[in-house]
Design a binder for this molecule. Structure first.
Ligand code: 26Q
Length: 799
């Protein structure tokens, strides 16, 4: 958008005074932020409204992305960037005597997602709007996001995240869009008409946040629902204290689990709550514009992000049957054609199943419909596929509802999130389904927002790239490949190295302030940032660090490539192994960082409270990107793409999207190690891996593992034992010991390469140049053209 700096400054001062009846300079940084966010939102408000109306008027197909998590990151800078006014805002603030960095720091990060799944949803929102697709989010407005992590004596402590304390400048409460969601009670059919008795009603109130596309291509909506007591109940004095509490609870907290599942009633309530609100709203707008429900799948697409929103399927059936009075067959065909499902995990413990009696009690009408889906599924498919296939794929089995089965049966498309992952789904985890309906199965490799993770997070690199290859890559990331022409250009390579160094300095400053550790910025910055999980194998990196520590103790004079190991990770509060790994990392760090033999050579930093905002500080400073999950376990990973985009070299197994990274850059531009997926399968099938034998026969491994329990590192008696038991007593489920030597070797190769700065920088540039295909823009285009069958609008040129 076009606005002069003077106009902006004037607007900002007025907006501030309007809001706080005081002067801008005297405000707190939180107030300055809130007024600025509100002002920027007001700049797009009319356009946002026009775009909503245009979508309806033009009858363009709309896509609704249902996700129980979003992880948008901070809004201010990204939105200003997409509005093309980031420079004006920054300079304007400076001229007004304000500290722009302080203002952006004051923005509370909406941590309403756990990790990859939520962040992916937000990258897709950004890409969708940037490309001009009518792609809208539907989710939950949790009053508390993912816990804040504090490290106390090396342990993770969890504190509540009250991100809405100072209100959210970007959201608009739209009470007129409220809908009623019914829980519990009795339902019986009067003919074909369901009669509800004694239901417990909750109002879903919409909070809309604008999703602002790059160059203002369009403005879409992320709608987050908040639960409230129905106003009628309140006015008639019918709501008890218990009722208030029960309603508030629904949208109070985000469940802090990532890749694990527990059958908690409240979680099921959350799922139905936001799904029902979303589907009802879609259907209401249809009614308003008198579109026949039979045209539904031509006018909208509903995307089910993992199984958590799978109740969208029976909810849509409910409305088509009970309110639109369609026949079952009509309703079912429409539902399948409208819905599509993405799977994000192959871990058994993450598969969502619900006890049928629980579902029946909480949402009786929905349960009736699910039973009927199940009944007809068996009836229709048994004659074609036989009993065995049908029994293993039906939604209801042994009194449990299998959400993935429901999602697959009720969708026309089922996709995995990286090539290898999709292959595992169709050949292994979901093989029975893919035998029956192969046409549904497809792959959509994840993508990331290069606007957030490069343009905004690393503006110096953005400049350098544009200096070399012009600006085309900003909207056409594949053309970053042109950068390859500079792989031997010493001046470009040295600029690249300077930028990396500056980013390392910035991170080092943060580490000094927050950890009290002065890290050596000439050392390799080796980064492992992701949720803590045994399959992601943070403990393998820990073993590697201990190995290096012993090496330094044994050879204090050796020529050692200095390294700073940086960790960021939250553990689910009830996940004992994960929490113990955090404690041990912190205690090993304590010993190493205080050992004079390690000074400036080996340092270990655990960054507290890692999340979307800190990621934007850490990623531009990374030199080695650690992606070390056991092959076959990580569905895709997206941190791998973000660090590659910022010039880090990947240290990785052939897992998830690492496989694709490898195919783009080749073995010589990353460090591949570890078992291949087929090898892991073979060991598992034959049960032929014995970690204890390996430990006993391998002195190096034994020494490292023993250090967890022999007092080498103080204060880890219990936690060190947990890891020891996992590795030795419980046979090392994720093959960390098996992969140990291969990992250490790859790490040695990296250390050696780093000594040759020119070679390293060249490889760094090759990584950047090859990262274009991982743009979320391409991923969204593939979803749109192959799954949603949705078109972007013709781009406006008049802004
Ligand atoms: C389920 C039931 C009850 C409570 C919590 C959950 C739950 C919550 C979050 C289950 C799973 C998740 C998150 C999964 C996730 O983030 N998966 C990651 O998705 C990324 C995007 O596709 C991939 O890149 C990662 O590989 C995958 O682990």
């Amino acid at each position: 958008m076009n606005i002069s700096k003077e106009q902006f400054k004037d607007d900002y001062q007025k907006a501030f005074t309007n809001m706080y009846a005081s002067t801008l300079e005297g405000g707190s940084s939180t107030q300055q932020y809130t007024a600025l966010g509100t002002l920027l939102r007001s700049y797009v408000a009319e356009y946002w409204r026009d775009e909503r109306e245009r979508y309806i008027k033009e009858g363009q197909k709309q896509v609704f992305y249902f996700s129980i998590e979003f992880l948008p990151g901070k809004f201010l800078e990204n939105n200003a960037n997409n509005m093309d006014i980031l420079d004006i805002v920054e300079e304007g603030c400076k001229e007004l005597g304000l500290d722009f960095d302080e203002i952006t720091a004051a923005e509370a990060e909406p941590a309403i997602g756990n990790g990859g799944l939520g962040r992916l949803a937000s990258c897709y929102m950004d890409a969708g709007a940037s490309l001009g697709y009518p792609l809208h989010g539907n989710g939950i407005r949790y009053r508390h996001g993912l816990f804040r992590q504090k490290i106390v004596d090396g342990y993770q402590a969890e504190l509540p995240d009250n991100w809405l304390r100072h209100r959210n400048a970007w959201e608009v409460r739209d009470h007129k869009s409220s809908v009623l969601v019914r829980f519990g009670g009795n339902v019986y059919l009067d003919g074909f008409h369901p009669v509800y008795e004694d239901t417990d009603d909750v109002v879903a109130v919409a909070y809309d946040i604008p999703m602002i596309g790059y160059h203002l291509s369009t403005v879409n909506t992320m709608r987050l629902w908040s639960a409230e007591v129905p106003p009628e109940e309140e006015e008639e004095g019918l709501a008890s204290k218990e009722k208030y509490e029960a309603v508030d609870e629904i949208t109070e907290f985000l469940y802090p689990d990532d890749s694990s599942y527990e059958g908690k009633l409240l979680r099921l309530k959350q799922e139905y709550f936001f799904v029902s609100a979303g589907i009802q709203t879609i259907m209401k707008s249809f009614k308003r514009y008198q579109i026949s429900p039979k045209d539904l799948s031509e006018k909208i697409a509903i995307h089910i992000n993992d199984t958590h929103p799978a109740l969208a399927i029976p909810e849509l059936m409910r409305i088509l049957l009970d309110e639109e009075k369609l026949t079952w067959d009509q309703a079912w065909e429409i539902t399948i054609n409208t819905c599509a499902y993405t799977n994000h995990t192959v871990l058994r413990e993450a598969m969502e199943t619900w006890r049928c009696d629980m579902v029946k009690k909480l949402i009786p009408r929905i349960y009736m419909i699910i039973e009927e889906i199940d009944r007809r599924y068996v009836e229709q498919n048994k004659p074609i596929y036989g009993d065995e296939l049908v029994q293993s794929t039906r939604p209801i089995q042994d009194d449990y509802l299998h959400m993935a089965h429901l999602a697959i049966i009720g969708s026309h498309s089922v996709n995995g999130v990286a090539g290898l992952h999709s292959k595992i789904l169709s050949e292994d985890v979901l093989r029975d389904f893919s035998e029956m309906t192969p046409h549904k199965f497809n792959n959509k490799t994840n993508g990331i927002s290069q606007r957030r993770y490069l343009h905004v997070a690393n503006p110096e690199l953005r400049e350098l790239i544009s200096e070399c290859i012009g600006e085309d890559w900003l909207t056409n990331p594949a053309s970053m490949k042109v950068l390859l022409a500079y792989q031997n250009d010493q001046s470009v390579l040295s600029k690249l190295a300077d930028i990396k160094h500056q980013n390392k300095e910035k991170l080092a400053q943060y580490i000094k302030e927050n950890n009290g550790i002065e890290v050596n910025t000439d050392a390799i910055f080796d980064v492992l940032i992701k949720r803590l999980h045994a399959y992601k194998r943070q403990h393998l990196q820990l073993l590697h660090i201990i190995h290096l520590y012993f090496y330094l103790k044994d050879n204090p004079q050796a020529d050692f490539q200095p390294r700073v190991f940086i960790f960021g990770a939250k553990a689910a509060p009830s996940y004992v192994f994960a929490k113990d790994v955090i404690k041990v990392i912190n205690e090993v760090a304590e010993t190493i960082n205080n050992d004079p033999d390690c000074k400036d050579k080996l340092q270990v930093v655990f960054i507290e409270n890692y999340g979307a905002a800190l990621a934007e500080l850490i990623i531009p400073a990374a030199e080695i990107s650690e992606q070390i999950s056991l092959a076959g376990k990580e569905a895709s990973g997206t941190g791998n793409m973000k660090m590659m985009l910022n010039g880090a070299l990947t240290m990785g197994t052939l897992d998830g999207a690492n496989v694709e990274i490898n195919s783009f850059v080749g073995d010589e531009n990353m460090f591949v190690f570890g078992l291949r997926k087929e090898e892991v399968d073979r060991y598992n099938e034959r049960a032929s891996y014995n970690s204890k034998d390996l430990y006993k026969s391998d002195a190096k491994i034994k020494r490292v593992v023993d250090s967890l329990v022999d007092g080498t590192f103080p204060r880890i008696q219990i936690e060190g034992q947990t890891i020891y038991d996992h590795l030795i007593t419980h046979n090392d489920e994720y093959y960390a010991l098996k992969d140990f030597h291969s990992f250490v070797e790859a790490q040695e190769k990296a250390a050696k390469l780093y000594k040759n700065k020119d070679e390293w920088n060249k490889k760094s540039l090759i990584n950047i140049a090859n990262s274009g295909p991982f743009s979320a823009d391409y991923a969204v285009q593939r979803y749109a053209s192959e799954i949603w069958i949705a078109q972007p609008k013709a781009m406006r040129t008049d802004k």
